[in-house]
Design a protein around this ligand. Structure first.
Ligand code: MLT
Ligand code: MN
Ligand code: ZN
Length: 298
């Protein structure tokens, strides 16, 4: 009986390589020179038998096929107890459509995120007679799977891209973007794939944790511009960068956390190249760069 996590997808939306991208990393991944990464998802268990999937990425079909611990144990029996989504972003909810085959599981989210799904009738493909949608209040522990307790808490973020209006607040604290605290046995772990900044209250929450999976979308705030793939900054997308004085490495420096792992890397991020200077810097600061299939135990 112990906490265990498996990274199903370490990349941000688009994955590595992204279908339409010819950037350095995507080209190297296509050539097999650096590992490809699928889109953002983490599987967790508290007892090694029953699993929860945190975020249902568009790659979930391949991710589940590649994860023996989540394979069916009978005709239609599955170790998957539940799915939890941390926001309404496409890379975190599109995979729900793949899970539509009349398979019972509980779908956990805040009221605000459930509302986004309810307003998109395509998600009715998850038959309500079979898939139970359960609303979770912030800061209230609940059983995510047998022997695994979770608590959702707000982290600075924004509404999904497809719901953005003319003006966008990128550091909203509410139900639209949440982090997950996981407790199993004596272990506490956190999963925060999207976070715009680290206010002191959030830093205090993470201090002393055994494991933190954290937003590693970009190395630099202007990375999309400098690599020539886009015009948006990380801040505009609601993601704090890894480097810089207002980046994650700096923000976590004084926190006592046993294992710090970046997830949700955008395909432009130089840390996705195992031999890059940026990756050595992140690792020298005590961080691990997440990778598809990586098993994490306390
Ligand atoms: C994000 O993480 O910022 C979103 O997944 C972007 C998107 O929806 O493509
Ligand atoms: Mn994303
Ligand atoms: Zn690319």
């Amino acid at each position: 009986m112990a906490f265990r996590a498996r990274i199903l997808g370490a990349a941000a939306g688009g994955g590595l390589p992204q279908w339409n991208c010819g950037c350095t990393n995507c080209t190297l991944a296509r050539q097999g020179k650096i590992p490809a990464q699928s889109q953002s998802s983490l599987a967790v268990t508290g007892n090694g038998i029953d699993w929860a999937v945190l975020n249902a990425s568009p790659d979930i079909r391949t991710q589940l096929i590649g994860t023996p611990a989540l394979h069916p144990t009978g005709q239609r029996e599955l170790p998957l107890a539940s799915v939890l989504v941390t926001n309404g972003d496409i890379d975190h909810v599109a995979g729900l459509l793949t899970l539509r085959e009349m398979q019972p599981f509980t779908l956990f989210a805040t009221d605000g995120i459930h509302d986004v799904l309810t307003r998109n009738p395509i998600f009715d493909a998850l038959n309500a007679d079979v898939v139970t949608r359960q609303t979770i209040a912030l800061d209230t522990p609940f059983p995510l799977a047998p022997d695994l307790t979770a608590t959702l808490f707000p982290v600075p973020g924004k509404v999904p891209l497809y719901l953005e209006g003319d003006t966008v607040q990128t550091d909203l604290m509410g139900e639209q973007t949440v982090g997950v605290e996981l407790r199993a046995g004596g272990t506490n772990a956190f999963y925060i794939p999207g976070c715009a900044l680290l206010p002191s209250q959030l830093a205090a929450r993470l201090d002393g944790a055994d494991i933190v999976f954290f937003d590693g979308t970009l190395w630099r705030d202007d990375e999309m511009q400098t690599t020539g793939v886009g015009t948006k900054t990380g801040k505009r997308m609601g993601h704090m960068s890894i480097s810089g004085t207002d980046g994650a490495v700096e923000a976590f420096k004084t926190l006592k956390i046993k294992r710090k792992i970046f997830v949700h890397m955008n395909n432009t991020n130089p840390v996705l190249r195992p031999d890059s200077a940026e990756r050595q810097l992140a690792e020298a600061s005590g961080w691990t760069i997440g990778q598809d299939g990586m098993e994490v135990r306390p």
